[in-house]
Ligand binder design. Structure first.
Ligand code: MSP
Length: 517
């Protein structure tokens, strides 16, 4: 086997990687926003597994609180029965999107409720929970408290500063978490760990938010009944965020399970920008108070609009991922979401943009490259690989640098850059065919060498796209006679993996062209 002189990706012992998504509220059907976070987490999980990491990938559902209670009432159901029904929308969607999560946690499960209560008691025993009265505003859709200074007044309406929907006035007895006590400690932690909050502009936002002063936060609710009972005070339930955030450790079986000991602290909590504060301020403060290590990183991504507008039921522009994958393909959808915008920025979804990328980058560029290669091998070599040829100078430099660049981009969560790099290689391989014209080559040694170069390039591309497009990568591997289950990330820097006498299977169309609406 010829190996590129480039150093292998890295020397690694089998280290662990724990990645999470937010827990999605079970009040409605999932849309592309929910799919986005989960797909991004899946890409990282698959990438790390290929690199040899022991990966734990967690997702799940947030099933308590006033928002779910109200949705259940509107559906004339008991909240638990309602959650039991809606949760399937998520479970089924993750199946359809090829999400490779290792666990799925629901906050109504016993294993979670126990931990949420124990953490509350622990904070209380440390003196970080105290009784008082909460008086102020509450946004039910966001399940968040707002002060008089924060709410937005428009005429006689009082609106949530985050989502601009009406807030409710609350006055109730409550237990508070002494968040203010952790202000300094949090700032120090964020400053000492530049990667803790990412991207950097979000980190700066979090720092300036903390610098404005942290207030203690109400951690229980009285007017809502749908929640985890407060230990020792059953008239109250835990505030839904105080409940849900603990899922990241309850799912690992905190405190004694070996999964917790192995996988905590989380390597990445992926979240949308609107819930960054909960994850980068309240959650680490809770952990500090409980004597548990904070997560290593919280990464906030941006928001999708649809055709330039915020997705909303009233506008009727909520995009159902199942519709998209039916029209295009799972992999086209996964590709589009991560290729269209830099991770961290906001973006816009439209069927037109989706169709454009699907037709040109997937059907034309990648699909044709694979198809042309396999058809040439069929026609010119009778489907059988003859020799292992050396990497051709026309394509070798790019084959050497691309995997490195893709690895770096993925490690920095720059999914769109990773894909752009891979597509540079796809374009180079298509140019290689056009320039060398193997269909007209009469010298059989030259022909065999060119086709071998193409096959290995296609194989390397399949390794690199695997985290993003597992189905497509598997189809390509099958055509190349490779057992996809045995594929590793370092196969992208190997040459000579396809052996002589390998039978290349006939081309199967990877992407059919689709017309935009
Ligand atoms: N239940 C809380 C999270 C608790 S985590 C302990 C919650 N749930 S949610 O159902 O509202 O889902 C929020 C997540 O969905 C966001 O963090 C984001 O990942 C994703 N998105 C929802 N709408 C979105 C867009 N329009 N665009 C991109 N992602 C968005 O908050």
């Amino acid at each position: 086997m010829i190996t590129f002189p480039a150093k292998k990706t890295a020397k690694r012992t089998k280290s662990k990687f724990y990645i999470t998504t937010p827990l999605y509220y079970v009040n409605d059907v999932p849309h592309i926003g929910h799919a986005y976070t989960t797909i991004a987490a899946d890409v990282l999980a698959r990438f790390k597994r290929l690199q040899g990491f022991d990966v734990w990938f967690l997702t799940g559902t947030d099933e308590h609180g006033q928002k779910i209670e109200n949705a259940a009432i509107a559906a004339h159901k008991e909240p638990k029965a309602f959650a039991d029904q809606i949760v399937w929308n998520f479970i089924n969607l993750w199946g359809a999107l090829k999400i490779s999560n290792n666990d799925f946690i629901r906050t109504t499960e016993e294993r979670h409720q126990r931990v949420a209560q124990e953490i509350f008691e622990k904070l209380k025993s440390k003196g970080d929970i105290y009784k008082g009265t909460y008086e102020g505003w509450y946004c039910v859709p966001d399940e968040s408290y707002w002060t008089e200074m924060q709410v937005v007044r428009e005429g006689d309406k009082v609106l949530c500063p985050e989502c601009h929907r009406p807030v409710e006035r609350l006055k109730e007895e409550s237990y508070f978490f002494r968040l203010s006590k952790y202000q300094k400690k949090l700032l120090n932690y964020i400053k000492r760990n530049p990667d803790f909050v990412q991207p950097n502009f979000r980190r700066n936002e979090v720092i300036s938010f903390i610098n404005q002063g942290l207030r203690d936060i109400s951690f229980t609710r009285m007017t809502t009944k749908w929640g985890i009972p407060v230990p020792g005070d059953p008239d109250k339930v835990l505030y839904v965020w105080a409940d849900a955030l603990t899922n990241y450790i309850s799912a690992l079986g905190w405190p004694n399970d070996k999964k917790f000991k192995k996988f905590w602290p989380a390597d990445i909590h992926l979240v949308g920008k609107e819930i960054l504060r909960f994850h980068a301020i309240i959650w680490p403060a809770m952990l500090m108070a409980a004597g548990i290590k904070p997560p290593k990183q919280v990464f906030a991504h941006g928001w999708w609009t649809v055709d330039g507008k915020k997705m909303s039921k009233s506008l009727g522009n909520v995009v159902d991922p199942l519709d998209v994958i039916q029209k295009y393909s799972v992999d086209s959808f996964r590709y589009f979401l991560l290729r269209e915008i830099p991770f961290g920025a906001d973006g816009d979804y439209s069927d037109k943009a989706m169709a454009a990328r699907h037709n040109s980058e997937l059907a034309d560029d990648l699909g044709n490259l694979v198809n042309r290669t396999v058809v040439l091998v069929e026609k010119k070599l009778g489907n059988v690989v003859r020799v292992i040829a050396k990497p051709d100078a026309d394509i070798a430099p790019l084959l050497k640098t691309t995997p490195k660049k893709v690895t770096q981009a993925l490690e920095r969560m720059q999914f769109h850059t990773a894909l752009a790099e891979i597509w540079n290689l796809v374009a180079a391989a298509n140019r290689y065919i056009n320039d060398n014209k193997p269909w007209a080559e009469n010298d059989s040694a030259v022909l065999a060498a060119e086709l071998y170069n193409l096959l290995e390039t296609v194989r390397i591309i399949a390794v690199l796209i695997y985290p993003f497009m597992p189905e497509t990568a598997e189809k390509i591997f099958r055509q190349l006679g490779i057992d996809y289950k045995a594929v590793q990330w370092k196969d992208a820097v190997r040459w000579g993996v396809i052996k002589p006498n390998t039978v290349i299977r006939k081309a199967e169309i990877l992407f059919n062209k689709v017309e935009a609406k």
